[in-house]
Each structure stands twice: as C-alpha cells, then as structure tokens.
Ligand binder design. Structure first.
Ligand code: ASP
Length: 327
C-alpha cells in the first residue's frame, strides 16, 4: 500500500479507497452505521441527528444507530470519530463547535481540518436566550439590567467550552459587558432539565431544544438570534429588536466521516442526506422546532468543507481577539 501511495503521490488512506472503490460502490452499506453525536441524548443536536438518521436509514436500507459521546464541548465525540476505522461505518454529526473548538482548544486530540472526510451540511438552527420560568426579568432589556446588577449570583448553563451554548453565552456576556458564572453540562439536554428544575438561571440554546418548552410556558424566552422572528415563536423578539446590536448567530450542523473513508461511502451518505433533507417528515419536524433543512446543494462534501474552512478562519479571529481558550 505504501508503494501504491508513493507511486500515486497520495495518502495510504486515499489509495486504499481507490483499490476498494468498485466493490464498495455496489455493496455499501452492508451493516448498521454508527452516528456519533458529541452531546447528550435528548438535546438539540441529538434531536436533529435522530430525525435525519431515521430518514437516511430508510434510504440506505441499513440502520444508522445514534451514539451520544458528550463532554468537553463536543471535542470528545469528534475525537472518537477522528480515531475510528475509516470504513464508512462510523460517522459524526456535529455543529458550529467543530469550527470554534479548533481554536478554543490549543491541545486538541485531532487536527480538525485534516482528520475528517465530509458528507454535507444539515441545517442552520437559530438560538434562543431563555431562562427558568420564574426568573424575574420580563424582557431582554430587563434581563440585561438584571444580570448587570446581579452578576455574582446569576448562573448560565452551557454544554462546555466549544459548544454552541457556550459560544452564544459568551456573545451575550460580551454584549452586556458582564461576566457571569457558567455551569457546564455534557449537552443542553441535561442543562434543560436543570433549567426546568430551577437549578440554573439562564441559557442560550438551539430552538431544536427550546421551542416546545417556550410554547408550553415551562421556560421564559427573551430573544431569538435569527435575523427575523420565527413563525413558531411569533411573540419572541429577535435579540436585535430587544436591543442587542448585531446579536445574530446560527448553529450550522454537518456530517463527517474519519479521514480515509472511501469516497464511495461519503458520496452515498451525501446522497442519502439529500434525500433526508427533502423528506416531508423531516421538513415538518424541523419546522415545528424552528428550523429548516439546508438546501440540497449544501448537503455535499464540497459545501461542508468550504463552510468548515471559512468558519474556522472566522472564529479564529474572534477567539484570538478575546484571548480566551479552553486550556
Ligand atoms: N446545544 C448544545 C450546544 O450547546 C449541544 C447539545 O446538547 O446538543 O452545543
């Protein structure tokens, strides 16, 4: 194999995939596929993943089994996939944290841009700024005043450094120029449980975790981070409307495979992802949760690679300017 790689001037993994290509194209997938989610079960990334995995499983004729590997802001799960066999049977669904953690963690167990193959983009989910039901402030303006006056007691839940909730929480603290106490979890599924129980005060999290709770009145919503209000949450103002200038963030999600996974597998997975994103059930469930599938043209390896590269560059500038790292 080394000889073939040297001859062709390519990596052993790439040469391996070429040698196996014809056989694999016809047979993949022959067994269940594990999709690692780098956060706890029941959270927003998990919810997106399970909906997409269910639909992709039908198209692939094999089950995609979701495995939750939470911890360290998503870097443990991503690391697990980076080290998995590149055979098409272990994949990762991760979000914007894949890009932010590349700079936030100066000692990451994998090289983000070189450890993965790309399948495609999935969806771009708005965030919401929410609080426990009985939290005093009535609106975003009141929240800003309250946290400034009570900065030593207010607690902010997140899913660890590098998580979307961490990023959005940092944006909030920076916008209001007030550092607050953060409480990390392995995902915002368990963080939501504590928010509902009143053990933490506020959280910034994807609509895929908060919409039902906001609609049910079990938590309080102050803002959505989308450019316009959402159909499913018409009474919740945008953060910009509420007075936080430029406060906009979307949590994009992508599907990856370990470096060296044969192109035939990633291409088959891409096609299946495109089918899932057009599945009426996925579209309807996403809509109920305040999001939409990525366009078919973005559910491709090239689009995800370009997105990851540009997002790593974008957040590197922001994080380096802030000088805040995970280690
Ligand atoms: N919403 C979480 C985050 O902050 C992740 C999760 O639990 O899905 O990144």
């Amino acid at each position: 194999m080394k000889f073939i790689s040297a001859m062709l001037g390519m990596s052993a993994a790439a040469a391996f995939s070429m040698v196996l290509a014809p056989a694999m194209a016809q047979t993949y997938p022959e067994r269940n596929i594990t999709m690692v989610i780098p956060f706890s079960a029941g959270g927003p990334t998990d919810t997106v993943a399970r909906l997409v995995a269910e639909s992709m499983s039908k198209d692939l004729g094999q089950q995609i089994i979701v495995e939750n590997v939470g911890g360290a802001g998503g870097t443990l799960g991503a690391g697990r996939v980076a080290q998995a066999d590149p055979d098409g049977y272990t994949i990762l669904l991760h979000h914007i944290g894949m890009a932010t953690s590349a700079t936030l963690y100066r000692k990451l167990a994998y090289d983000t841009l070189n450890a993965f193959e790309y399948v495609g983009l999935v969806t771009d989910v708005p965030m919401t700024i929410v609080a426990r039901k009985d939290f005093e402030p009535a609106d975003l303006k009141g929240l800003v005043e309250y946290v400034k006056a009570n900065k030593d007691t207010v607690t902010v839940a997140n899913a660890g450094i590098g998580a979307a909730s961490h990023l959005c929480g940092m944006m909030f603290m920076s916008a209001v120029e007030t550092p607050l106490t953060t409480v990390p979890y392995k995902g915002t599924g368990p963080a939501m449980t504590d928010l509902l129980g009143g053990q933490v005060d506020i959280m910034c999290d994807q609509t895929t975790n908060t919409t039902k709770q906001i609609q049910g009145g079990t938590i309080k919503a102050y803002a959505v981070t989308s450019p316009a209000r959402l159909d499913v949450l018409p009474d919740v103002p945008t953060a910009i409307e509420g007075g936080l200038a430029d406060f906009q963030v979307g949590i994009w999600h992508g599907v990856y495979a370990p470096k060296g996974t044969p192109a035939e597998a990633t291409e088959r997975l891409s096609k299946s992802l495109q089918v899932a994103l057009k599945d009426p059930n996925v579209i309807a469930r996403f809509a109920e949760l305040g999001t939409v599938p990525s366009p078919e043209s973005d559910a491709t390896p090239a689009a995800l690679k370009a997105k990851l590269e540009s997002e790593i560059a974008r957040w590197k500038t922001v994080i380096e300017a802030a000088g805040q790292y995970a280690d």
